[in-house]
Design a protein around this ligand. Sequence first.
Ligand SMILES: Nc1ncnc2c1ncn2[C@@H]1O[C@H](COP(=O)(O)OP(=O)(O)OP(=O)(O)O)[C@@H](O)[C@H]1O
Ligand SMILES: [Mg+2]
Length: 246
Amino acid sequence: MPKIVLVHSFRHGVGRSSLVANLGYLLAEQGQRVGLVDADTESPSLHYLLGLEDCRPAGTFLDGLTGRCPIEESAVPVSHLLPPDSGALFFVPGAAAASPFDSPDLLEPISNACLRLVQFYQLDTLLIDSQPGLSRQALLSLTLPDVLLLVLRHDWRDYQGTGVTVDVVRQLAVPRVALLVNEAPAAFEAAALTAELADVFQSEVVAVLPHLDEMMVLPSPRIFARHYPAHPVTAILRQAANKLAG
Ligand SMILES: Nc1ncnc2c1ncn2[C@@H]1O[C@H](COP(=O)(O)OP(=O)(O)OP(=O)(O)O)[C@@H](O)[C@H]1O
Ligand SMILES: [Mg+2]
């Protein structure tokens, strides 16, 4: 069964886009057909991570919702980023929008656009880079996925915001909620932090990732797992990707 995974966070800048790029890359590298959607209308950045700064796509995710361009025509094939004998990778660009798609009328178009992408490209997994927080737009997106991945840092504001988000998504009946801690301080042991978070949020924790200086200075395309295939953190990311898609 194809899976829609929404990567969300309460706060900005916690690593959502980097995770979408890396998790998608790793699933495709293992043979899956994967779609990546940039649904963040505040700071779309997946194109930059994928090395597509100069790409002029036929349309954006927003165009797909408003009917300006069929969603499948907006998808850019990016399988050239993968090693030989991989699956396939497609990317639907985002666009900064002054008036984001926050009308409940768009709920059906958002859902239809995702399903259309999955069907047209025969995707195994669709990963969506969400707008952060609990805006109307974010709340609409939270109703979509089979799996919601909440990204947070080990920080009291993230804990508070993630707690509120977990409460909200429980009411929205999201089928599966998973947590990922990014840039965990080196002083904390991953297993202890996993146990603490699972207890605090009563949710599954798929990975605890350290801060990586390498992540901040990647050459284009800025996908950590592609530059460091044998790095221990790539192994953790691969494991997390497989848990989410499993
Ligand atoms: N584990 C990590 N170690 C070091 N730097 C990281 C790590 N994860 C992400 N970063 C860096 O943090 C910054 C923010 O990451 P990213 O853009 O993926 O976050 P985001 O949640 O999508 O942000 P925004 O809310 O602005 O869309 C980037 O410069 C990225 O390279
Ligand atoms: Mg982002």
